[in-house]
Design a protein around this ligand. Structure first.
Ligand code: IVH
Length: 682
């Protein structure tokens, strides 16, 4: 049962979290670090878990709840969500203004200018202070109920301080440019097609059935209408915007009261020049007559209000000729095709390069060198190619180079990836990243080998390959900026010390695509030496646990590459450990014992448990027989458990296993633990 004090604590945490969410997501003025926020959230989650009777749908813990739905239900809007008429130039805006002035018969009035955010509109309903329903615009009369998804948008309050029994906010759901870029990068990595623009991806993200997907997309919401029972809630639009801000909504601060059409035009020009500095896309400016009384007298046409207009900016597109496709190699070795364009002015900026992302994107666009194309600039991102306008008379197809344009090594595209990568881990384009990875804590652990030092080593030409690290001389290091004798000596000693690092770490350090810490351990244990791995064919490599065709192919390609063979030969000469440490344990608490693992253990992975048992002298077997000494069983243990009881084999859990292992003493067990402990601290 929850005591009143726990109830109070829960409520206090909720209020605190709501305040911090508002500060962070709406006002963009966080007062606590992400870690502090997360800690509060964890506290609240723990309390709610321990006291289910205190759970509540408006708790900050409940943004992503529930399961994906089957579909969306249609909901009628309180009043139609109509669209706006457009003005495409100054003349059309002045026409609109003249009509307004005429219809108001010379009465004084003012406009409110707001940015026209490029997203999709959505109505959010609150009842008794709680977010009750969110509905997309749909056809204007009827939209789709996307409540569960809207709840994941952090700038939409789940609770409102409003004392009204019900009210409605209408506004725009947008995907900030940064979130859009990130999303497309993830889609590249997953070999999925890119989204064309932030608006499409905002729409796609709001209309998915699984709210956890919406949550991951980092959408934002800006409110611009405040309604009570389907009617405007304040006498003026400006007051509505201020009320919405007071109610905790995000309201775009870039708005202005304009006395006449000239002031409006001034605002429009200012933001046309300033739009690149915004964190989201806008496609124009919306002007609304401020007084709701005047709005009502101006009235509506069948599709739009007569008291508002959308001034649309021209799309920032231009036509030009694709003169060539160049290939850049990024710091992770990924090859990116870049369009070389006949220079062209796109709304004030001369553009001569555009990104093409990858080979699939070029195919999707049907692009060939010599074509006349349409390019577009958006936000402050690199211009992109929109489509082919006219195929060139002498067009020529682009082929990804088979050799890296920087180092001449082979290039490969892995299964399920859109990217081509240079296979040489010492390629100058990726050398800095390669060294930083090699030196990092969980890999070779070279203390002091940070970004600044690596930058200098590479730019001064002191290190051209990972193997050069082992040949660095004190005098060379002393020529670097801010490098004294003491730290230089220490760095050389730290590098030398890595010669003893276990084989698994070296494998990880080589920078082979898809081969990280865990695969390194498995390979080292399975093959026992780097030479055995390097000479195994794909079929043999796949005999190792968790190594599938993709990893095997990547390993094979790596070891077949001449530059990598050179690297390995030099690392061997440098005296690095190329074989798995022989297990020195002969006597331990598990000597002569055969153990079977089944089910999921609470803390140890199967690999870890196996290693601990083997280090204690035991053997791990896959099946239970009369010769089995123990079965270690975790969650969801299967048929092995039945077999054990049938044969009368002792069954223990992880805690008992650890207790038995802790009885282990001696250098071997200590050895294995120190490597683990280091990883944990990393
Ligand atoms: S007012 C009846 N204000 O633009 C008035 N719309 O072209 C309807 N939009 O459907 C909208 N920012 O999706 C309004 N500050 C803003 C807006 C805005 C973006 C979108 C909205 C609307 C479309 C109209």
């Amino acid at each position: 049962m929850s005591t009143p004090s726990i109830r109070a604590q829960v409520e206090e945490l909720r209020q605190l979290l709501r305040r911090h969410e508002h500060l962070y997501y709406v006002l963009d003025q966080p007062e606590v670090s992400d870690a502090e926020y997360d800690a509060l959230m964890r506290q609240l989650k723990a309390l709610e878990e321990a006291h289910p009777e205190l759970r509540s749908a408006d708790s900050p813990t409940q943004r992503v709840g529930g399961k994906p739905r089957e579909g969306f239900t249609k909901v009628r809007h309180s009043t139609a969500m109509l669209s706006l008429d457009n003005a495409l130039n100054e003349g059309e805006l002045r026409d609109f203004d003249r009509r307004v002035r005429e219809l108001l018969g010379g009465e004084p009035f003012e406009y409110i200018a707001e940015l026209k955010l490029d997203g999709l509109s959505m109505a959010v309903h609150y009842r008794e202070g709680e977010l009750a329903q969110a509905v997309t615009r749909g056809d204007g009369e009827e939209g789709e109920d996307v409540t569960e998804n809207a709840r994941t948008i952090r700038s939409i309050p789940l609770r409102s301080i409003s004392t009204l029994p019900a009210f409605e906010a209408r506004g725009e759901v947008v995907m900030p440019n940064a979130a859009f870029e990130r999303l497309n990068q993830e889609r590249d990595e997953a070999a999925l097609p890119r989204y064309a623009n932030p608006r499409n991806s905002a729409a796609g993200s709001l209309r998915v059935l699984d709210p956890s997907i919406t949550a991951a997309r980092q959408l934002d919401y800006y409110a611009y209408f405040y309604l009570i029972n389907g009617q405007f809630g304040c006498p003026t639009h400006w007051e509505s915007l201020e009320t919405l801000a007071q109610l905790g909504f995000k309201v775009n601060p870039n708005r202005a009261r304009c006395a006449d059409v000239d002031a409006l035009l001034e605002f429009i020009r200012r933001w046309e020049a300033g739009r690149d500095s915004l964190p989201f896309e806008i496609d124009g400016v919306v002007a609304k007559v401020n007084s709701v009384d005047q709005q009502q007298r101006l009235g509506w046409t069948a599709k739009a209000p007569r008291w508002a207009i959308a001034f649309k900016y021209p799309p920032r597109q231009a036509e030009t000729v694709l003169e060539d496709i160049l290939v850049q190699v990024g710091r992770t070795g990924v090859l990116t095709p870049v369009a070389a364009l006949a220079p062209v002015n796109v709304s004030g900026v001369v553009v001569s390069r555009a990104t093409l992302h990858n080979e699939d994107e070029i195919a999707r666009l049907g692009l060939q060198i010599g074509d006349t194309i349409v390019i577009e600039r958006s936000g402050d991102v690199i211009p992109k190619v929109v489509r082919v306008k006219m195929p060139g008379a002498l067009r020529r197809e682009f082929v990804m180079p088979a050799l890296c344009p920087v180092c001449g090594s082979h290039v490969a595209r892995a299964e399920g990836e859109v990217a081509h990568r240079c296979l040489n881990s010492s390629c100058p384009a990726r050398l800095k990243e390669s060294i930083l990875h090699f030196a990092s804590r969980s890999v070779m652990d070279i203390d002091g080998m940070g970004e600044a030092l690596v930058e200098q080593l590479v730019s001064q030409g002191l290190v051209r390959s990972l193997a050069d690290l082992y040949e660095l001389k004190l005098e060379q290091l002393l020529t670097l900026e801010r490098m004294g004798e003491k730290s230089a000596t220490r760095i050389i000693a730290n590098i030398a010390g890595t010669r003893q690092q276990p084989l698994a770490r070296l494998i990880n350090g080589l920078g082979i695509a898809f081969v990280g810490e865990r695969t390194g351990q498995i390979l080292a244990r399975t093959f026992g030496s780097l030479d055995a791995i390097a000479s195994a064919d794909e079929a043999a490599l796949q005999m190792a646990e968790e190594v599938g065709p993709k990893v095997a192919q990547s390993l094979r390609r790596f070891f077949d590459e001449m530059r990598n063979q050179e690297l390995i030969a030099r690392l061997r000469l440098a005296g690095l450990r190329f074989t798995e440490e022989a297990r020195t344990v002969t006597v331990g608490p598990f000597t002569g014992k055969t153990v079977v693992l089944t089910g999921t253990l609470p803390t140890l992975s199967r690999e870890q448990a196996k290693e601990l048992i083997e280090n204690a002298g035991g053997k791990v077997s896959g099946s239970v027989s009369k010769k089995t000494h123990f079965v270690v069983a975790g969650e969801e243990a299967g048929s092995k458990l039945g077999k054990a009881s049938e044969l009368g084999v002792t069954v223990i859990d992880e805690a008992a296993l650890l207790a038995l292992l802790n009885a282990a003493e001696g250098p071997a067990a200590d050895n294995s633990n120190s490597a683990e402990a280091k990883d944990v601290n990393a």
